[in-house]
Design a protein around this ligand. Structure first.
Ligand SMILES: NC(=O)c1ccc[n+]([C@@H]2O[C@H](COP(=O)([O-])OP(=O)(O)OC[C@H]3O[C@@H](n4cnc5c(N)ncnc54)[C@H](O)[C@@H]3O)[C@@H](O)[C@H]2O)c1
Ligand SMILES: CC(C)C[C@H](N)C(=O)O
Length: 364
């Protein structure tokens, strides 16, 4: 992989490789863009098969956070970390303490939180070494696990997508096929079940499937069969790149709306959904509830204030469909435009000279 060439492609600021032999830590921090503020984005722990795969994931996820934070109106840039390892076998206290020290070394340019494979307990360990971490235990006056809030944002975003598809945002009687019933999707299923939606679920973890079947009367299907289900809405809530050349022809749904990051394998897959008349709720907007919630910790966490901002996801999704129709562009492009325009506006508004705290001439 030609790393600098890849970084130039979407103007990445910084990639940090962190290694600690004692704990076995191998982490890659990607800071994509800090125009709006410090880069906030979670830490994913995953058993990547190759280092290239891990770098690519950090890079794609980091850029996604720039767009997510910008579209959510947060004064934060975008970044992400991946830790190479099996979250069920390879974690230890020293690993997260070592990682916390690496974050501290970045002096606030990057702030972390949970993602797939990491928990509140891991964030608490990081917090032993740095304050540049969110999603830590409520015992510290913080917001805790972001997943239930992500799930709620995803639920109201799905309602906004339903309004676009059927002219009515009720999900009662709608069938939703859910890929991955982990932290976010379990709570999403709970909201959907309460509203009277029917659920079809899959997961590579059979315990997670069994729980959704038992608690919500969901129908279970094999992982590869989830795309071809006769459903109204497909909710991707596992890993990325699942809207692709193989899966699009299988879809029978009218709406794609779920929590997974980077759902479109390539941008052209968003064009294909649009051409098929499938309403796509852009991933980085519908799944922004968690980051909105943890970002509030930076002001001294206030649940009421955070949830008020999370509620705006419904309007943001609606607005994206309006821009899409007005400008004749697919919804994913409308969401990108919304985020990019805010970053450009803020970049320009900050162009006057400001002397910073170190008395160094700076334009930031
Ligand atoms: N947790 C959050 O607050 C949050 C916020 C924004 C976005 N997201 C994104 O939402 C997605 C889910 O996050 P989560 O926190 O619920 O993670 P999680 O690890 O708790 O859940 C993911 C689930 O997907 C399952 N899975 C993995 N590969 C699968 C496959 N090929 N087929 C079926 N199931 C599969 C896993 O077994 C797991 O149960 C991720 O893409 C994450 O980046 C999460
Ligand atoms: C809670 C957030 C900071 C990170 C979350 N995993 C996301 O992708 O948005």
């Amino acid at each position: 992989m030609e790393i600098f060439k890849r970084m130039e492609q979407h103007d990445y600021e910084q990639l940090v490789f962190c290694q600690d032999k004692t704990s076995g830590l191998k982490a890659i921090i990607c800071i994509h863009d800090t125009t709006l503020g410090p880069a906030l984005g979670g830490t994913r722990m995953w058993n990547y098969e190759t280092e290239e795969e891990a770098i690519e994931d950090a890079i794609r996820l980091g850029r996604g956070m720039t767009y997510k934070n910008a579209a959510a109106g947060l004064n934060l840039g975008g970044g992400k970390t991946v830790i190479i390892g099996d979250p069920l076998k390879d974690k230890n206290e020293e690993m997260f303490r070592a990682f916390g020290r690496f974050i501290q070394g970045l002096n606030g340019r990057y702030i972390t939180a949970e993602d797939v494979g990491t928990t509140v307990a891991d964030m608490d360990l990081i917090h032993e070494e740095t304050d540049f971490v969110t999603g830590i235990s409520p015992a510290f006056g913080s917001s805790g696990n972001p997943s239930p809030v992500t799930a709620y944002g995803c639920y109201i975003g799905m309602k906004a997508a339903a309004l676009e598809a059927w002219g009515d945002d009720s999900l009662e009687g709608k069938t939703v096929s859910v890929q991955g019933v982990g932290n976010v999707a379990y709570t999403l299923c709970e909201h959907l079940h309460q509203e009277g939606a029917k659920l079809i679920v899959t997961d590579i973890n059979q315990e997670a499937v069994a729980r959704a079947v038992k608690d919500f009367g969901a129908i279970a299907v094999a992982p590869n069969d989830i795309y071809s289900q006769q459903a109204d809405i497909f909710a991707p809530c596992a890993m990325g790149a699942i809207i692709n050349d193989e899966t699009i022809p299988q879809l029978k749904v009218k709406v794609v709306a779920g929590s997974a990051n980077n759902q479109l394998k390539e941008e052209r897959h968003g064009d294909e959904l649009e051409a098929l008349g499938i309403v796509y709720a852009p991933d980085f907007v519908i799944n922004s509830g968690g980051v909105i919630n943890v970002a509030d910790e930076l002001y001294g966490y206030n649940n009421e204030r955070a949830m008020k901002r999370v509620e705006t996801i419904y309007d943001s999704i609606t607005r994206i469909f309006e821009i899409s129709k007005r400008d004749g562009i697919p919804s994913y492009q409308a969401a990108d435009r919304m985020a990019e325009e805010r970053i450009d506006r803020m970049r320009k508004s900050r162009s006057q000279f400001l002397r910073n705290e170190h008395n160094i001439i700076s334009r930031r």
